[in-house]
Design a protein around this ligand. Structure first.
Ligand code: IDC
Length: 479
């Protein structure tokens, strides 16, 4: 990997002789010995690709290569286009090692604003999926590629695009044993099981051509609740098919649990690829008693379950508090009530320290597989050192897009109250997205300044998760 050391940047670090608040990202660390114990115990418990290998379906049960029952438990992203910042390997590392999750679901809306079939940037979205699959693979996790239909109630509405999408993705991931394909999140609006089945019968062979054994998840009518209809008339002719059931615990209770167990008892392999512990809007109050009743029955039936959603959106189902802007290294106080419940449900009684197993691994410096040559930059200017990592790059409508993640470090002996910088590129740029900073563009220069919660840096302290997406000419680099 080629490293470019460039430094035409201007940094103003307004250093004040005031000490930094503890809110500067200080993490509460557990004693090393303690951590070691948790790690050892959990590793043997986690059913990961390195242990279980390629999964398949036997009867109603997901099983590993040796035929042993497997239960996947993990988290779903929110819509990839809405919260791209959470597709990062440090976070997946934390989910895998601290939260003990063994699966991540990559939810790509097909029809909402910026959806794949409604004007969204297809290359950008596919690159987020490529990165997500790569990070999950590096972290020894299973990963679900979710064609997230919702406002487009009937999957047949965008069937042609689904076929193209799954043909391309399954070809790219044909050498992976950890990728699961979910072909229609939640059919609704009166879409019948017959219509879903006919869609599935066209999409499944497309995936099978490249991934002959991959597990494929098929949605069911009425927002993936009527698994009884699939049980009465399952898809035939293909192995390794599972049917999804989704619940939101404050809305869906005994009735839907009974529907689930009856379908399994009737021989249907069921996978809970999405659930929340609040109401079906993804918001409202939490019903912990119902949530625990669901977990109990899913564990009893060894059903896999994936929680909605990895974001800090101001809604109950988001696992991070809406005031928390970091994108990795989460501590327990960063979590919403849903996040806390989920963390303890997945990880047990451990306390969340904010470090992953390999927090020293700068995994984001690994460029996605699809990318060659990585014009990353490590820049020292005055008292500030910035490491800029090109985490993604793609072409769309004749323009090249570049996604960067920065670490900003105060190398002086004084704390600072705010910081700002100009990043100069080899050509003119335009900004398409930015997080954890204030951004403005003039010609080839991107001006970035700190926001209220990440300006204060202790002497030697740093802030991560500052990131942006720009577009410009092919081959654009930081100068
Ligand atoms: C919700 C999101 C919310 C978003 C909305 C529409 O939480 O922020 O505004 O979608 O895009 C589902 C869907 C899932 C929903 C979720 C909560 O699969 O996309 O997310 N939900 O409403 N099914 C039942 C609930």
């Amino acid at each position: 990997m080629k490293k470019h050391m460039t430094f035409i940047t201007v940094f103003l670090c307004l250093c004040l002789a005031v000490s930094c608040f503890s809110a500067c990202g200080k993490k509460s660390e557990k004693p090393a010995e303690d951590k070691q114990k948790t790690e050892e115990k959990s590793e043997s418990d986690i059913q990961s690709p390195s242990v279980c290998g390629k999964l398949s379906v036997e009867g109603t049960q997901l099983v590993d290569e040796k035929g042993k029952a497997v239960q996947l438990r993990g988290l779903s992203t929110h819509g990839l286009s809405f919260y791209p910042q959470y597709v990062n390997e440090e976070l997946f590392d934390q989910f895998r090692h601290d939260w003990k999750a063994n699966v991540i679901r990559l939810a790509m809306y097909t029809a909402e604003s910026g959806g794949y079939c409604t004007g969204g940037d297809k290359e950008y979205l596919k690159n987020l999926i490529r990165s997500g699959v790569e990070y999950a693979t590096n972290q020894d996790m299973y990963v679900i590629v979710d064609w997230h239909i919702l406002s487009d109630s009937n999957p047949n509405q965008h069937k042609a695009e689904a076929i193209d999408f799954f043909a391309e993705m399954s070809k790219e991931f044909s050498d992976h044993n950890n990728v699961i394909y979910e072909i229609c999140n939640e059919p609704n609006g009166g879409t019948s099981w017959g219509e879903i089945k006919s869609y599935a019968q066209e999409v499944i062979p497309v995936i099978r051509a490249n991934a002959p054994d991959a597990v494929i998840l098929v949605g069911t009518p009425n927002w993936s609740q009527y698994v009884n209809e699939a049980a009465a008339d399952p898809i035939t002719g293909y192995d390794n098919i599972m049917y999804t059931l989704h619940f939101y615990a404050a809305t869906h209770k005994d009735d839907l649990r009974n529907t689930m167990t009856a379908a399994i008892d009737a021989g249907l392999p069921v996978f809970v690829s999405e659930y929340g512990i609040c109401d079906a809007s993804g918001n409202g109050g939490i019903d912990e008693a119902q949530a625990n009743a669901w977990v109990e029955i899913m564990n009893q039936y060894n059903v896999s379950y994936v929680a909605w959603n990895i974001s800090n959106k101001n809604e109950t189902s988001a696992i991070f508090k809406s005031t928390v802007e970091k994108t990795s290294g989460f501590t327990e106080e960063d979590l919403s009530d849903s996040g806390k419940w989920l963390y303890h449900t997945l990880a047990g009684d451990a306390s969340l320290s904010g470090s992953g197993k390999a927090s020293s691994t700068n995994s984001s410096s690994k460029a996605p597989a699809s990318q060659s040559g990585s014009p990353n930059a490590s820049i020292q200017n005055g008292d500030i050192e910035v490491t800029a990592v090109l985490s993604n790059s793609w072409e769309s409508n004749g323009r090249q897009f570049y996604q960067y993640t920065l670490t900003v470090k105060n190398t002086s002996k004084q704390p600072c109250k705010s910081w700002e910088t100009d990043l100069k590129f080899s050509g003119d740029i335009s900004l398409s997205d930015g997080w954890n900073g204030q951004y403005s563009v003039r010609g080839n220069t991107l001006h970035i300044s700190s926001v209220s919660y990440n300006g204060q840096l202790t002497a030697g302290g740093s802030t991560q998760d500052v990131g942006f997406i720009i577009s410009g000419a092919a081959g654009l680099k930081i100068q």
